[in-house]
Design a protein around this ligand. Structure first.
Ligand code: 10E
Ligand code: SF4
Length: 331
């Protein structure tokens, strides 16, 4: 019986810039204001990350009524609706918004086009917090389609001014197919200049496309709630390679590797590298002798932190924003 011999690591994999920033916002808020810091929804969809932040002093809630008056509240990386934002402001919380800037960009586009009289077709997964946040930028006039069948059913009030927006973490190929169906039914539809699917989603899916044909089984590290991680597993399976998703190394099963000598390994945008390393150790214990990282795109994008949480790298002190009286300074 053949045991795994080689692990091939996808590149890029794991944390994206939006996830890095969101976690840093919670950690810095705890450092600056002390525990507890309340976070609306899992900051990112990863069990390890959430448990780690809980241990450091974060409390995760879904309902704002569970946050005590005067508390500091962080919005998750997936973004929130206008109603949630307004309720949080009305309750007087001190708010830090960890919404990924690439999700905010979609919110801004929706608000801008809505003012010009546009109605929207949103391609996304029903019930996902990002979809609720983006659809919740408007009270009406934004219609969700999950697949090509939904496109045939959707009933906008008018078709003169219709625009498409998407969730950022969709399957690139499925979204292209659904967009084509939208275009076929509504030829005037306005599409985003640049896809709303983000660079990290695109790059991780591209890497799986290169990885899958070279291996006998693909392992994706990610939590079951993580949309982008699920899409990576699905993609590998669609390409004909048996694929499993695991939340941690203890979910790996020895039989997955029997008779399979090359193992492909990747991680969703919310899955930390420490979990990837633990998975590698476990597969090595099952017989793998070498680990090779594929050639791939190097991601250098980094998003700035919100006001009030910036720290000077040299001094470790907080950077206060420029005001006419003080000018820029580090404290
Ligand atoms: O379920 P998702 O893939 O949307 O989220 P995640 O928390 O697993 O990964 C980060 C992606 C975000 C915040 C959506 N743009
Ligand atoms: Fe931002 Fe993309 Fe990461 Fe989502 S997956 S947090 S949109 S960079």
């Amino acid at each position: 019986m053949l045991e795994p011999k080689e692990i091939l690591l996808a590149e890029p994999r794991g944390f994206c810039a939006g996830v890095d920033r969101a976690i840093e916002i919670v950690e810095r808020a705890i450092q600056k204001f002390g525990a507890p810091i309340y976070v609306r929804h899992e900051i990112v969809h990863n069990t390890y990350v959430v448990n780690d932040l809980k241990a450091k002093g974060a409390i995760f809630i879904e309902e704002l009524s569970d946050v005590p008056p005067g508390a500091t509240l962080v919005f998750s990386a997936h973004g929130v609706s206008k109603a949630v934002q307004q309720e949080a402001e009305a309750r007087g919380f001190s708010i830090f918004d960890a919404t990924c800037p690439l999700v905010t960009k979609v919110h801004v586009e929706v608000a801008k086009l809505a003012k010009e009289g546009y109605e929207f077709i949103m391609i996304g997964h029903k019930g996902h917090p990002e979809v609720e946040g983006t659809m919740g930028q408007l009270d009406h006039g934004i219609h969700l389609v999950e697949d090509v069948e939904d496109v045939a059913r959707v009933q906008p009030a008018q078709t003169e001014k219709l625009a498409v927006v998407t969730q950022t973490t969709l399957s690139v190929d499925d979204a292209a197919e659904i967009s084509a169906a939208v275009r076929a039914r509504f030829p005037n539809v306005r599409e985003p200049k640049q896809q709303d699917i983000c660079y990290a989603t695109q790059n991780r899916q591209d890497a799986v496309k290169v990885l899958s044909p070279q291996v006998d089984v693909v392992i994706v590290v990610g939590s079951p709630t993580s949309s982008n991680s699920n899409r990576l597993r699905e993609l590998a399976a669609k390409l004909g390679t048996t694929a499993y998703m695991v939340d941690s190394a203890d979910e790996l099963q020895g039989e997955w590797f029997k008779g399979r000598s090359r193992v492909g390994l990747t991680a969703g945008a919310s899955a930390p590298e420490i979990l990837v390393q633990q998975v590698i150790d476990r597969i090595k214990a099952l017989g793998a002798v070498s680990v090779r990282t594929m050639a791939g795109i190097e991601e250098t994008i980094k998003f700035p932190l919100p006001k009030g949480l910036k720290i000077d790298a040299a001094t470790g002190l907080e950077i206060r924003e420029r005001t006419p009286e003080t000018g820029p300074s580090a404290h």
